[in-house]
Design a protein around this ligand. Sequence first.
Ligand code: UDP
Ligand code: MG
Length: 231
Amino acid sequence: MKQIETSVIVPLFNEETRSPPFLNDLLKIAKKEWEIILVDDGSKDKTLDVIKKYNFPNKKIITYSINKGKGYAVKKGVEAATGNYILFIDADGSIHPSQIENMILQLKKHDTVVGNRNHDESHKETTFFRSSIGKIFNLYARVLFNIPVNDNLCGFKGFKKEIAKSLFNNMLSERWVFDVELFYQIKKNKYSLYFLPIEWEHRDESKINSFEILKILYELLELRMKINKER
Ligand code: UDP
Ligand code: MG
């Protein structure tokens, strides 16, 4: 069997309308040494039918009936991944897949690479609401976990294989806060971390609504307590 260079994990929850433009673009650039792992996180719409139609050179589909959260979906993807580099990217097209190549270049030099929307060289189009929520969330995460990160939730992160396997194997959280847990573990394990400037375009119909935001703030506190208990 040929060695896969890079595993690209795409978590999808109810993405029948947002994902096709993204998947079309990904199909255009996907290399034969990449594997594309599509994780249907308990979608209630036709996401599964949509993703079945795409003929990537190497494709894996993971699906289950109950929505478990983005963190869980990515973890399932990492478990199935065989590439030397393992990365995940959002399905809504806010990050164009042409940026995957830049990430792979940096993964050759660093243990972990994360897309950063607040980098001086980044270009982002967003709404005032989302950027305010982002700022509050990042400040809160910084205070609770002492991580020097100004963009936690960016849906574009990559790892060397062994590091991805170890990080996700030990993951305590299943939903949005897994992103913060990743940064906490990267710092604790002293993995090298590179912030990749990215182009990012706001996409409507985010799965994060006002109720979800309150839940996330609570889950972050809960995670902090779990981590304290482990030590
Ligand atoms: N997602 C998921 N499970 C969930 C919620 C979201 O797999 O329970 C996926 C979603 O389909 C998308 C990514 O996580 O690919 C980011 O979601 P979204 O764009 O809604 O978040 P935002 O960009 O607003 O942070
Ligand atoms: Mg989005």
